[in-house]
Ligand binder design. Structure first.
Ligand SMILES: [Fe+2]
Ligand SMILES: [Zn+2]
Length: 335
């Protein structure tokens, strides 16, 4: 790392766009793109299936209202892990699947696949494995829940794809922990190594899309209390850099962040405001940013051939931060 870009630097860089935004073009952003066949709308949340569902229900209501107000036809949801906190009674048959997934993010509004990855809370036996339950739920017919394996990849859309997504399992073995039998289990060291081999092989394949996105529950860098992740910095960060991943999407810290590093091709985005109790940030956005906020909310990724647009929205569906990124890696802050 060569240190972070300052927020001021970004604001200078994006002056032209900011001037445009102040004329009022931003509020109609989503609407103006609705129905545009050449762009795709994804919404994402992390850390959402909380035991006390009050905040989850508020954020979900904000997502539904946002989609409806902007006539947004969503093409995908990303469920960034910590999908289920606490007990999941009945596992794959748990009533929580209906009450706190299918009903809160209903097919009537979000008629699209929901690509899911596993968080640390999914790796708790309550008493049975929620990991097994989530993999099994994806195998049911007539569900939007996509989790073909603990790590997987896909291209989107199927025809003339614009983005390659690599979905990873960041539940790394603890340095000194007894393997696998405990309540809070993780990948085994062998699984960690197997996933890393698979990831390298995926990245070595000739990429057919202008964009590469990697997603996993744990941040590599975070201004939140979990901080920077030594294992992921060692295992994955050099690969993101080498293969010029455009976005690394994560949750785990219960806040909304966007971090950029001088000379790094990857934008680090955290969307962990889906419903679990918020955390207080440890590093201010002025120190490392451009954005970090203790806020509930969700994120909207728009994918078009000329640029990606990532918007952080609060629980009422109000935009609190946004940026665009071109295929060649130019980032502009929307403010
Ligand atoms: Fe969490
Ligand atoms: Zn977590």
């Amino acid at each position: 790392m060569n240190g972070s870009l300052s927020r001021r630097g970004f604001l200078r860089q994006s002056f032209a766009f900011s001037a445009l935004a102040s004329l009022g073009s931003l509020p109609s952003f989503a609407k103006s793109h609705a129905g545009n066949a050449e762009s795709f709308q994804w919404l994402m949340i992390g850390d959402w299936g909380y035991e006390n569902a009050t905040a989850q229900e508020q954020v979900a209501a904000g997502m539904r209202a946002y989609a409806q107000q902007h006539s947004l036809k969503t093409d995908a949801l990303l469920m960034l892990g910590d999908n289920w906190y606490g007990e999941l009674p009945g596992g794959v048959d748990s009533p929580r699947w209906k009450t706190h997934f299918e009903d809160l993010y209903p097919k009537s509004i979000f008629d699209c696949p929901a690509y899911a990855i596993l968080g640390n809370h999914d790796y708790q036996r309550m008493p049975e494995s929620k990991v097994e339950a989530e993999l099994a739920y994806a195998k049911r017919g007539n569900t939007r829940w996509i989790m073909p394996a603990r790590w997987y990849s896909f291209e989107f859309p199927a025809k003339n794809p614009l983005v390659t997504v690599i979905a990873l399992d960041s539940n790394m073995p603890h340095a000194n922990a007894a393997p696998a039998k405990s309540v809070n289990f993780t990948l085994t060291p062998e699984e960690q190594a197997a996933q890393l081999r698979w990831l390298k092989a995926e990245l070595e394949k000739p990429r057919r899309t202008p964009y590469l996105i990697v997603m996993a529950h744990h941040p590599i860098y975070s201004n939140g209390p979990h901080g920077d992740h030594k294992v992921l910095i060692a295992d994955w960060e050099p690969l993101l850099r080498e293969h010029k991943a455009h976005l690394y999407l994560a949750g785990h810290d219960h806040d909304l962040q966007h971090l950029e590093f001088e000379g790094h091709p990857t934008s680090f985005v955290m969307s962990g405001g889906g419903g679990a109790d918020l955390y207080t940030l440890k590093i201010d956005e002025a120190q490392r940013g451009p954005y970090a906020a203790k806020a509930y909310g969700f994120s909207h990724l728009q994918i078009a051939a000329d640029k990606l647009t990532l918007l952080h929205m609060d629980q009422t569906g109000r935009m609190i931060h946004g940026f665009t990124k071109t295929p060649d890696g130019q980032v502009k802050i929307l403010s």
